[in-house]
Design a protein around this ligand. Structure first.
Ligand code: NAD
Length: 363
């Protein structure tokens, strides 16, 4: 489709004013590219709380009520619970609004196709935001791999430990829809948070041709099943192999301003390695990026390694893109389907006992 950039600030609505609003809003605050004209959430408490940030915006209990109000909206920040993504986004595109939505895009390929079709039918842009692609230590990790300073890439490893105490408050209502997702076989570690990990692998090394997975389960209580331990192994088209191990350690305290999650990314090259030591939480207290080559370790001590900054920069990128059209837009709906395919290939492999599955061949 042909996209015509706006020659004035984008008129935006934020739909879903829950926990992650606190970080997504950083792209909007003080940004001359945007004017927040509306806020939407069925919770009166949330509307009242967020209205304080945007006194000039009108607040509504539903997207339908906003559409009927006649307020002019160009683009929407969709921060809905994941189970509402497919139908919610299709409704919003139908009102003629561009969409910047949170991950996971949706739960299966038919939902994804319906969403892409809706964007096309209404001539609107559907972006699935991937804030990790804007996290400065990960951007520098990619640059280190591409610069040749660690030699040729030989392998890739991600580690993630879901931990218990130490982070911010998460309202019980957020866990309720996560439990619904778990019941549908879309767990909080592999699918919800995992979306970012799979996305970063695709971003670093391109398409994946084979995935093998062993996804376990830990019952924390009646009806509360966490998708760990899990191990996912894959091979990119360029031959690079990746492995991601997921562990649950519920009693581990991990200091965090956000979620408690111990994460690291490591690329091994023929003459060194580059490693991001932490992201969402304050895990390893060393420089957030370390690069080893030729007997010398270099530590990056001055990166903007506050996880929240990745939300700010991802959102600003979107709003700037709407103003200028200068691409590429990172990322499109089609690229998000690639992430979904990667996750679905892991589930298919695990269900089949760990056999190799090509994500491109899933139907
Ligand atoms: N990028 C990341 O790292 C990251 C981190 C956390 C959450 N997320 C994603 O952000 C999204 C929201 O997560 P959250 O943690 O803020 O959830 P949340 O439950 O805290 O907030 C969701 C909000 O949506 C509102 N809502 C429910 N139905 C609605 C409707 N029909 N119309 C408008 N609003 C409605 C709820 O009242 C609530 O305020 C999810 O897709 C989640 O996966 C992404």
């Amino acid at each position: 489709m042909t996209f015509v950039p706006y020659d004035r600030p984008v008129r935006a609505a934020i739909i879903g004013l829950g926990r992650i609003y606190d970080l997504n809003v950083r792209a909007y605050t003080g940004n001359p590219d945007v004017e927040v004209v509306a806020l939407v959430d069925p919770s009166e408490e949330r509307r009242a709380q967020r209205q304080a940030d945007w006194p000039a915006a009108r607040a509504f209990a539903s997207a339908t009520a906003l559409a009927e109000s006649g307020i002019q909206v160009d683009a929407v920040e969709v921060l809905l619970p994941a189970p509402l993504h497919a139908d919610g986004v299709i409704e919003i595109l139908g009102y003629g609004w561009h969409v910047n939505m949170q991950k996971p895009m949706c739960n299966d390929l038919s939902e994804a196709q319906r969403m892409l079709d809706a964007a096309k039918a209404h001539g609107r842009i559907l972006r699935v935001m991937e804030n990790y692609l804007f996290y400065e230590p990960l951007r520098k990790l990619k640059a280190a791999a591409e610069s040749g300073e660690i030699g040729d890439v030989c392998g890739y490893h991600m580690k993630m430990t879901g931990t218990g105490p130490g982070g911010w408050e998460v309202p019980w209502s957020s866990f309720e829809w996560q439990l619904e997702q778990m019941r549908r076989g879309r767990g909080i570690l592999v699918f919800d948070d995992g979306w970012h990990k799979l996305a970063t692998a695709l971003w670093l090394f391109g398409p994946v041709r084979e995935v093998r997975a062993w996804i376990g389960n830990t019952a924390l209580g009646p009806g509360v099943d966490i998708d760990a331990p899990a191990t996912i192994v894959w091979e990119h088209d360029n031959g690079v192999r990746g492995v991601w191990d997921i562990t649950l350690a519920m009693d581990m305290y991990l200091r965090s301003d956000y979620y408690t999650n111990d994460e690291r990314w490591e690329i091994t090259g023929s003459k060194g390695y580059a490693r991001v030591n932490r992201c969402t939480a304050r895990g390893i207290q060393q420089p957030s990026l370390e690069v080893y080559a030729d007997g010398v370790m270099r530590g990056y001590h001055a990166l903007d390694d506050d996880w929240a900054s990745s939300f700010r920069d991802s959102g600003r990128h979107w709003l700037r893109w709407l103003r200028t059209g200068d691409g590429p837009l990172s990322w499109s709906g089609e690229e998000a389907v690639g992430v979904l395919r990667f996750a679905l290939a892991a589930y298919a492999s695990s269900a089949a006992g760990g056999t190799g599955v090509n994500p491109a061949q899933l139907s």
